[in-house]
Design a protein around this ligand. Structure first.
Ligand code: 5RP
Length: 237
């Protein structure tokens, strides 16, 4: 009973931290910009928070979504959405992350949206990540890294990853069906070995025929915001 109570409390604390980070950033977004909306539960708190501010202060902010789920949420809220193919750049993107190391390099794709997230991040002049206190780590060693592959020939990529010691596993939904991303691709989750050269790993994954993208986001995050009673902000130097 006591253990259950503790678990509930800590889950609530994590949700509060996500919301604290989201609200901290939403309160500081400038007016008259194109804003990238990330994906996942933390990003969803941000979408709600920036929506509320846009409404309350009549801000002139247009948005681009990084997943079908975020697009639907923003449309339900009545936010002004742009088609990513109609713009050259995004001013600021606010997104979550699965893990972030001390250099602000991180892994994304736990929510399967890494491809659209990386496309929008690469178009963004500034990328802000909002996370709870479980996400910052010293390094990305032993972390799970999603690799998005086209369904045709995905087994070939799987075999390559298995034979090179990355312990791959296709990602499945709770109902047992293989998970398909918003682009209809599959995800293979691998484990980053200890001491891995991350830029070399990223380049090598991209080189494999059938790999569409991977969840390593190197030199992308400009500012990390960790929720808490005192929000922690770290900026890339
Ligand atoms: C989705 C992502 C998410 O941003 C990441 O998984 C974090 O999600 P959450 O805020 O729910 O923990 O990369 O592809």
């Amino acid at each position: 009973m006591a253990a259950n109570h503790k678990r509930t409390h800590s889950k609530e604390r994590i949700e509060r931290e996500k919301e604290q980070a989201a609200q901290y950033v939403a309160a500081r977004i400038p007016d008259h910009i194109v804003l990238g909306l990330g994906s996942g539960t933390t990003a969803a708190y941000f979408v709600q928070a920036i929506h509320d501010r846009i409404e309350a202060e009549h801000l002139d902010i247009e948005c681009v979504a990084t997943s079908v789920g975020t697009q639907q949420l923003a449309e339900q809220l009545g936010m002004r959405m742009l088609d990513v193919n109609t713009i050259d750049a995004v001013d600021i993107t606010v997104d979550g992350a699965d893990v972030v190391d001390e250099h602000l390099d991180g892994i994304k794709g736990g929510g399967a949206a890494l491809l659209f997230e990386k496309l929008v991040a690469n178009m963004s002049k500034r990328n802000i990540w909002i996370v709870d206190s479980r996400k910052p780590r010293k390094s990305l060693a032993w972390q799970m890294l999603p690799v998005e592959v086209i369904p045709f020939g995905g087994m070939g990529v799987f075999r390559y990853l298995r034979d090179h010691g990355y312990h791959p596993a296709f990602r499945f939904q709770d109902n047992g069906d293989i998970l398909a991303t918003d682009s209809g691709n599959y995800l293979i989750d691998i484990t980053i070995p200890k001491g891995a050269d991350l830029p070399a790993l990223a380049a090598n994954l991209k080189k494999q025929t059938g790999v569409v993208e991977h969840g390593l986001f190197l030199n992308v995050c400009d500012e990390l915001v960790v929720g808490g009673d005192e929000v922690q902000v770290t900026k890339r130097h």
